[in-house]
Design a protein around this ligand. Sequence first.
Ligand code: TGC
Ligand code: FAD
Length: 392
Amino acid sequence: MKPDLFEAPDYYNIDDLLTEEHKLIRESARAWVKRDVSPIIEEAAQTATFPKSIIPGLAEIGAFGPYIPEEYGGPGLDQISYGLIMQEIERGDSGVRSTASVQSSLVMYPIWKYGTEEQRQKFLPKLASGEFMGSFGLTEPDHGSNPGGMVTNFKDMGDHYLLNGAKLWISNSPFCDIAVVWAKNEEGRIHGLIVERGMEGFSTPETHNKWSLRASATGELIFQDVKVPKENLLPNKSGLGAPLGCLDSARFGIAWGAIGAAMDCYDTALRYAKERIQFGKPIAAFQLQQKKLAEMITEITKAQLLALRLGQLKNEDRATSAQISMAKRNNVDMAIKIAREARQILGGMGITGEYSIMRHMMNLESVITYEGTHDIHLLITGLDITGENAFK
Ligand code: TGC
Ligand code: FAD
């Protein structure tokens, strides 16, 4: 892969709206991605391997639970810092950002918000340092967009719970130490349970042959009469709103992360267009290529402003789920379109691993599907503005 020459576009001087702390946090994440992710990520993706060597670095830049308070081992940052860290990581690779998103918003967040003090003390510091890695089991083979239909269930056996069922498409599953699993009790109410590797009847087979997110490990979570200690139930929230609350946090991070992937594609295409000569001129001098680049920077700028405003609302605890859905949908769609256009600017070179664009494009096919598909987020906006539910 070519050396990482990334320079971040900031067409509207959005940096002026950030604090010095935000900029420092972003710079340290950016420098880490250049130093530790860019040199290894192409090979990791080509060989479909999650590069475990980057786990300590992710912890060091605060990517595991950026907003988790310091008393639980987190850095205690605000939501804009969380977004900026996700942006920088996804600038490197969406799969690496996936690992951080799951750890932060889908594993640490529910333990912090819905767990007991003992659970927080036991798990959060180890998750923040990367000593423990987590996964999040909501999706099932027959229940993706409709998680409320899940069949994974647990029974109260007196001194423990007995868990049965299966989860599919689970990021981090093949190597996770713990899984936050959503299952129904005997009354059909959804609860979160912390399942630990080594519990009898719990297995995590890997899903192979992905053309997308190849540097992220994806797999199943299978539960066959798993005895889960009662102290592993998350007691402080139940119902579908509990996992969906975690998704709000993860979707917020994706809205920022997608900007990173788009910025990388734009920056690569702009540099290439200025250097590549055809018909005696740099291709950047042709109107058709300028149209692509001008539209890219326009869309990136709009997405940056959307994410920043959402971050401000989230810092004030005023961001609604529907606002988060709009940003996730818009920004991922923006990024995938930019990846496709940027790939064309590079001509044949665009399909090679010399450049990051094709990898981003393929990764974004997962990002536009997970955490709620493009269509589901549109229906969430539709419901919010009309009051009419078009899901069912
Ligand atoms: P519905 O009846 O609308 O709602 C059920 C209950 O949940 C509440 N609620 C929310 N709470 C918090 N945050 C949200 N975003 C919420 N949305 C809804 C709602 O108020 C209600 O509460 P209550 O107290 O009245 O019971 O539920 P529904 O069954 O009609 O489904 C709605 C729908 C389709 C929007 C929802 O289920 C959905 O978002 N589907 C998409 C599924 C999804 O996003 N799955 C993601 C799996 S995890 C993943 O993809 C990780 S990828 C990780 C990575 O690598 O980065
Ligand atoms: P389906 O729900 O079957 O949807 C298929 C199509 O139908 C989509 O286009 C959808 O928009 C459309 N559709 C569905 N319902 C409606 C409707 N009511 N109206 C109109 N159109 C509709 N899940 C986890 O729990 N944890 C994870 O860590 C995780 N990681 C993932 C990693 C990867 C790489 C991938 C690909 C997925 C991951 N997922 C994870 C699962 C992901 O959240 C689901 O794939 C996603 O929610 C969609 O579910 P589905 O694939 O079953 O598609």
